[in-house]
Design a protein around this ligand. Structure first.
Ligand code: K7E
Ligand code: CUA
Length: 764
């Protein structure tokens, strides 16, 4: 039950009855008592103090974590580790109406491949849009490894706006990574395949006809959308491309992509061949693939790209001829490549090597300028000397994977998968500074804004896989474990374990909370998925049902606590579209909408217009209702869809009556008068302070005035009925007056509380 009801009824009662106060005779527990009872150490208390976030307090950072196989994104606060939201991206999610209303279905439909719906994703790497290399908090991108796709989330409303399908890959992994001004979003392939769609090529022709690549999706910040026609890819050999990163500072304009299985080994264990894992790690080195994407973009503009599946592709031959593609050996089966905040170094971790390798961009440029190549790979791509490209190599431990950066100069953190540790080290000097054991099999790790040019330090989070033994058992499939680590001091301190039960998160990013400025409502009539005015936008009083042949369009509105219209009559076989506009302006006055058994659901936040569509293919009576506990009379926020047989003729008759008396009517009038007194006192307070300085309060007051304005018509109807001594109608319309009052009082009390908590000042 929402507290609003309690507030209103409480206030109504308090006006007449006064309040009882309860007291307690129990002694309070001391900190020592609690430590003893819960078996906590001093160190535990210290950790608790660093992560505990008191009720009502907010987090300093917000993390966006991939949701792995859930195809979603998980949003949580740091350091509290409180989950705030799951963002529906590639997978239907009913709470948000995602995949159940027409607007979000249209977004999901952008992700269809070969004409088929794909209703899940394997999300790996979220990336926040950047301005000059710093997180700007405007957009979020994430990839789908399984079905090569990329999604755009707008952080103004935390909704997925666009899904683009990679036109040439069959899987991808090295995305999403943004260039320093988010001009491009990088997405690299993973498992090589023929680039032409639906083309069969036998595995025997792997070396000749299978390919990988890196795609650069052009992002239009103004529109908040990727422009596929201005995007392009650079073709790469059938080495399995892996993680990528964009250069910054001195290395801006370049991108770096690791590879594994540069052996180009093809397994076939069922035919007696050694498996992929053996053949793919036979050589000592794989290749880092360096691409000058700025020059590549110019080549595309100059018409030097070929078209594959209608997409711009710079072939390996063109890339080599134009001098925009180079290879550098790296220790075998590398995983992460992470450009340092100053853009001078690329740090590569080899899963099967105990070292991290720090490559010097300056040295590499020296080799390229001097034309000093060690060799060429089988596709004619120049290979630079690994030795001459390295700044240093540091032995960290077993299974280094990913690296993040601190606000302190030269300080990096690398995850050690096999050792289950985090290594803190200095990449300038090449020395280890500290090591911390984490729970188990750490994959990625992330520090706050730790892959930007301006890392914030303070916290590091370890993303552990396969969280055996850690939490209360919940069956053979375990949650994952995100571990919060304090990195503000020389020694790292483990603070907290958070189970994440929504797929396997790979990477996550953390941003200063004050950079996020999401809206609390939409402009009335907004289609949130296209950011434009919805064709079904409906204002109060414009509600209607239109029919054109068997097409029925319902223009409905929602406001506490009714849906207009309250009855929808259609015939069997009709195609029904219901446009739903939430007329509220107050924060969080969300309504939901569903019709029994038509597999449809919408979440309608203030101002939003969404539509649900279905064929009324069965006769019957189907209640519809609001699915969000939005108000005291939420359960009454209902209506009926009546699907009549074709050609049904009404039999006449009237709706059941309740026989209200004059007494009932008078009681209702008393209730109305009492509530009005509460409203008057609340309004007295609000207009006595500088409420106009608080936009949220102004919005609440707008809604409250709306509600009160409606009482006039209801009161006129009530008075007219009373004059005719029709106590039934007189009482019911008086009840409706009270409904409007209750909602106005509710808003008024919320506004008053808000003003009191936010330091409103009396006006003279
Ligand atoms: Cu799991 Cu970045 Cu996809 Cu490493 S990746 S762990
Ligand atoms: Cu609207 Cu419940």
């Amino acid at each position: 039950m929402k507290t609003k009801l309690k507030q209103v009824t409480g206030a109504v009662l308090a006006a007449g009855l006064g309040l009882a106060v309860t007291s307690s005779a129990f002694a309070a527990e001391s900190l020592q008592d609690v430590m003893k009872r819960r078996n906590l150490s001093q160190q535990d208390l210290l950790a608790a103090a660093k992560t505990y976030t008191p009720s009502g307090k907010r987090d300093e950072f917000i993390a966006f974590s991939s949701g792995g196989q859930s195809g979603q994104i998980i949003v949580y606060g740091v350091p509290s580790m409180r989950i705030l939201k799951y963002l529906a991206v590639f997978t239907p999610e009913p709470w948000q109406g995602y995949g159940f209303d027409e607007e979000s279905k249209a977004v999901l439909a952008q992700g269809r491949i070969d004409g088929k719906d794909i209703t899940w994703g394997d999300t790996h790497h979220p990336a926040i849009s950047e301005t000059e290399g710093q997180y700007d908090g405007q957009f979020l991108f994430i990839n789908d490894k399984a079905n090569p796709r990329l999604a755009v989330v707008d952080l103004r409303d935390f909704e997925t706006k666009q899904i683009v399908v990679n036109p040439i890959y069959k899987s991808e992994h090295g995305g999403a990574f943004v260039t320093p001004n988010a001009d491009y979003v990088i997405e690299a392939a993973q498992y090589p395949a023929p680039l032409a769609n639906q083309k069969f090529v036998p595995l025997e022709e792997f070396n000749e006809s299978y390919r990988g690549g890196v795609t650069y999706w052009k992002f239009d910040r103004q529109e908040g959308r990727i422009k596929p026609e201005e995007s392009f890819s650079v073709e790469l050999p059938p080495y399995s491309q892996d993680l990528s990163d964009a250069g910054k500072g001195p290395s801006d304009g370049w991108s770096f992509t690791n590879s594994f299985c540069s052996e180009r080994y093809v397994g076939g264990i069922e035919k007696g061949r050694p498996p992929y894992e053996a053949g793919c790690s036979a050589k000592d080195t794989d290749y880092m693939q360096m691409i000058n994407w700025k020059k590549a973009a110019e080549l595309v503009k100059a018409g030097k790209a070929t078209q594959v599946n209608g997409h711009n592709l710079i072939t390996i031959d063109t890339a080599v001829k134009e001098g925009i593609l180079f290879l550098i050996p790296e220790p075998k089966s590398p995983h992460g490549v992470d450009v340092t905040p100053d853009g001078k170094f690329m740090i590569v971790s080899g899963k099967l090597d105990t070292h991290v390798s720090v490559y010097s961009f300056e040295k590499i440029m020296g080799l390229i300028k001097a034309g000093k190549y060690e060799s060429k790979d089988p596709y004619g791509i120049p290979v630079l000397s690994m030795k001459d490209s390295l700044h240093t190599q540091v032995e960290l431990g077993l299974g280094p994977l990913h690296t993040q950066y601190d606000s302190k100069k030269c300080v990096a953190y690398t995850s050690l998968y096999v050792d289950s540790q985090v290594a803190k080290w200095d990449f300038c000097e090449g020395k280890v500074l500290d090591k911390l054991s984490v729970h188990y099999n750490i994959g990625h790790l992330f520090s706050m804004e730790g892959d930007s040019v301006n890392p914030q330090g303070k916290y590091l989070i370890a993303l552990n896989k396969l969280s055996i033994d850690r939490f209360n058992p919940v069956g053979p499939l375990h949650p994952q474990n995100h571990q919060l680590i304090d990195i503000s001091n020389d020694k790292m301190q483990l603070l907290y374990d958070m189970p994440l039960p929504l797929g396997e998160p790979h990477y996550a990013v953390g941003i200063s909370a004050d950079k996020l400025k999401p809206a609390v409502r939409y402009k009335v009539g907004t289609n949130s998925r296209t950011d434009s005015v919805h064709e079904g936008k409906t204002r109060a009083g414009q509600e209607r049902i239109e029919r054109d042949g068997n097409q029925v369009k319902v223009y409905a509105t929602l406001i506490r606590s009714h849906i207009t219209p309250e009855t929808i009559e259609v015939e069997k076989g009709d195609e029904v579209t219901i446009y739903l506009t939430n007329l509220e302006r107050a924060q969080d006055e969300t309504h939901g909408f569903t019709v029994s058994t038509f597999n449809t659901h919408a979440s309608i936040e203030p101002g939003k217009t969404v539509s649900v569509k279905f064929t009324a293919d069965k006769e019957g009576v189907y209640p519809y209702y609001c699915t969000e506990f939005c108000s005291a009379l939420h359960l009454e926020m209902q209506g009926y869809l009546l699907v009549k047989p074709k050609g049904y003729v009404a039999k006449g008759g009237s709706l059941a009556a309740s026989d209200y008396t004059e007494d009932d009517y008078k009681k209702t009038l008393k209730k109305v008068a009492d509530t009005q007194a509460v409203i008057d006192s609340v309004v007295g307070y609000i207009v006595g302070v500088n409420y106009k300085d608080f936009p949220d309060v102004v919005a609440m007051m707008d809604d409250a005035v709306d509600q009160l304005n409606r009482t006039k018509e209801a009161k006129a109807k009530s008075d007219a009925a009373a004059a005719k001594q029709d106590w039934e109608q007189a009482n019911l319309w008086a009840e409706q007056v009270w409904q409007y009052q209750v909602k106005a009082a509710d808003l008024g009390l919320r506004a008053k509380t808000y003003l009191e908590q936010n330091g409103a000042k009396p006006i003279k």
